[in-house]
Design a protein around this ligand. Structure first.
Ligand SMILES: Cc1cc2nc3c(=O)[nH]c(=O)nc-3n(C[C@H](O)[C@H](O)[C@H](O)COP(=O)(O)OP(=O)(O)OC[C@H]3O[C@@H](n4cnc5c(N)ncnc54)[C@H](O)[C@@H]3O)c2cc1C
Length: 327
């Protein structure tokens, strides 16, 4: 029997973990991602300022020890990519956090090692091949020649719906019922650091997190290097607003929180259109077994890395079973 071949759309943690599990079971995978790098919402932006390179983790800022273990990163050693960031002292229930000096997107890069990943490849549709029960991928206006026995989307749900609408599968309708939640992130450099802890978290406030990037063992020229993450419901209502207006509101809020702002050296907004979902789907994956289409992602079960791992595990077990392989 020829080895089955699977196309995975999205090189975030879910897609990369599914690829890892399927490859271990002898199933060939190709991952397509629209971006120029892997790791999805575990993202890092590099900025050059006055000849210095700064890094902002403007998606997931860090991993807890248990998240690292779930991703298969068992310990911090030279082969593993994590550096300790901080251990909360005031709240004993909170776990220590880990990060990467070169940016959190190193997690995705690490997981992507040895995998077949096609970057800068936005998938716009699927076409069933006339000869066999197999799928071809359309990227922009080009239909790619390779065929796949199964396609697994791991993009956020509305992006997956757009792709699946080009098929006659009912999955697209289910995906469209999920409402996205956006998140505005402000990347900021101040002349001097503010008096904030490494990770300031305040639930249900306009600014939900202040992440001090300069405390992550990175060169920062003694500047204050920050990522501010806004409340998601607040952000969702302002997704179409002028970024500069939103930035102004976030900076005013920082002042209301009691932080006197030194001279700003840099500021840039990032609009996460699909930071998460208002209500998760409630099942670990979606499957159209007849058409051999599957959808997975954190949004199936939640808005976090634990949910991405659980969805990836369940989806890959189902895919392995579909092909009658053993995991
Ligand atoms: C601001 C922010 C802060 C967060 N903080 C935390 C946190 O503290 N703790 C935590 O556990 N989680 C956090 N998360 C959530 C965490 O990042 C996600 O749970 C996790 O990254 C989801 O991975 P995924 O692979 O399911 O999805 P994604 O990472 O979104 O991956 C999907 C991939 O699909 C690609 N894609 C989309 N459309 C197409 C297309 N048409 N063709 C090809 N590729 C496509 C995208 O480029 C992306 O790489 C945060 C997220 C955000 C946005």
């Amino acid at each position: 029997m020829t080895q089955p071949s699977v196309a995975i759309i999205g090189a975030g943690l879910t897609g990369l973990l599914i690829s890892q599990r399927l490859n271990s079971a002898g199933i060939i995978t190709t991952i397509f991602d629209k971006s120029r790098g892997v790791s999805g919402r575990v993202a890092t932006r590099r900025v050059e300022l006055d000849g210095h390179t700064l890094r902002f983790d403007h998606g997931t800022p860090s991993l807890t020890a248990s998240q690292a273990a779930q991703l298969g990163i068992q310990s911090v050693s030279t082969e593993q990519p994590l550096d300790p960031w901080f251990a909360p002292s005031s709240n004993a229930r909170e776990e220590p956090h880990y990060t990467l000096a070169n940016g959190m997107n190193g997690i995705g890069k690490w997981l992507a090692q040895g995998k077949n990943v096609a970057l800068n490849s936005p998938v716009t549709g699927l076409q069933s091949s006339t000869k066999s029960r197999a799928w071809q991928i359309a990227s922009d206006s080009t239909l790619l020649p390779a065929t796949y026995d199964l396609v697994i989307t791991t993009t956020p749900p509305l992006q997956a719906a757009k792709i699946l609408e080009t098929t006659d599968s009912a999955l697209a309708y289910k995906l469209k019922c999920l409402s996205p939640e956006g998140c505005w992130s402000l990347m900021l450099v101040t002349e001097h650091p503010l008096d904030t802890p490494p990770l300031l978290t305040q639930r249900d406030h306009l600014i939900e997190r202040v992440i001090s990037e300069h405390t992550k063992g990175r060169f920062s020229n003694e500047w204050g290097v920050y990522t501010l993450q806004a409340n998601r419901a607040w952000s969702q209502r302002r997704m179409q607003e002028d970024p500069m207006r939103v930035a102004e509101q976030l900076l005013n809020e920082l002042k209301h929180m009691g932080y006197e702002l030194p001279t700003l050296l840099y500021q840039r907004m990032h609009r996460w259109l699909y930071a998460g979902v208002a209500t998760p789907f409630g099942e670990a994956f979606l499957l159209d077994a007849q058409r051999r289409l599957m959808c997975a992602g954190d949004w199936c079960l939640g808005n976090d890395i634990e949910s991405a791992v659980k969805s990836a595990d369940a989806a890959s077990s189902a895919a392995i079973e579909l092909f009658g392989h053993s995991s």
